[in-house]
Write a new protein. Structure first.
Length: 83
């Protein structure tokens, strides 16, 4: 009898990784790859904010930074139009 390696962790739904709510705020892990639609690193993201390439964040609390979903959607739409 052979033993099988069983991974009990839930499998990620690939379509869920590209999901953005229709309005509200989204935190950085929901924006950047592999969970989000923007394929850049954290350091590139923060440098892009400083340069004005990416939208500025909103502080929701002393340790909570988020971005408006509308701003992220506009960034994605603008990148699609540049192609």
């Amino acid at each position: 009898m052979a033993l099988q390696n069983v991974d009990s962790r839930p499998k990620a739904d690939p379509s869920a990784s590209l999901y953005l709510p229709s309005s509200g705020f989204v935190r950085l892990p929901g924006i950047l790859a592999p969970n989000g639609p923007i394929p850049v690193s954290r350091s590139t993201w923060w440098a892009g904010i400083k340069d004005g390439r990416y939208p500025k964040p909103v502080k929701l609390g002393p340790r909570i930074t988020a971005w408006r979903v509308e701003d992220i959607r506009a960034l994605i739409a603008g990148a699609a139009n540049d192609r």
